[in-house]
Design a binder for this molecule. Sequence first.
Ligand code: SAH
Length: 258
Amino acid sequence: MTGAHNGRLTVVGLGPGDGRYLTPEAVDALATAEALYGYGPYLDRVPPRVGQSRHPSDNREEGARAAAALRHAAQGTNVAVVSGGDPGVFAMAAAVCEEIEAGPAVWRALDVVFVPGITAMLAVAARIGAPLGHDFCALSLSDNLKPWELVERRLDAAAAAGFVIALYNPVSRARPWQFGSAIERLRRHLPPTTPVMFGRAVGRPDERVSIVTLDAADATVADMSTLVIVGSRETRLIARPGRTPLVYTPRAVAEASA
Ligand code: SAH
């Protein structure tokens, strides 16, 4: 079935901010869409086009935004929904799937396409070396959509299992204490010298990247635009004269207990 009369919804990853991180597939999808949906500041990154309608919405309205985009696509329109980073990582792709699952049968007949983007954890890792060089996991610290007890359980399990941990959504205005509490929790499992990396607004003009040890990690450094990578016992620094250190996690682990 082709989508011309049927409507199409493309969920597009914009990458972390730098236009060079936008894939050619994403550029094509944005150029051919008749209507664009997304969180306002993300839509602002997409150059305007004549004949293309824009439907910005608020940050917290993912479900409503996905449903509006699906209704529009079901009218036979080529609609794109944008996400920062990758749309499949704590973002719009799952919101669209949730709405399709719960919504009218016609939504299941739409062409739905997912265009990947460079997710924040990969952009931050690329700034500092290879912290994700061995097994890692990603957690969202937001407890808007899950209980905080579950976040704590997953932090304990991830640290105890030796994963490098990428933390999305460390802080928001409504969640001021969670990240500090998460750092405290990780200190129970990991050595004080474990590298902790803060990547703020990576790929944007106000980018800031810092590397500290777990014992010195200051929770107030993180904000809504920060992605935090907490190393494992294996993660280490390579000092370099006159240059920032490389942080990396070796590809091999010798000890089963590590
Ligand atoms: N889909 C996005 C993640 C959405 S959750 C992606 O794949 O990157 C929002 C969180 O992503 C933020 O709280 C922050 O932790 C992280 N993030 C998004 N863009 C970022 C950037 N440019 N630099 C650092 N972290 C970023």
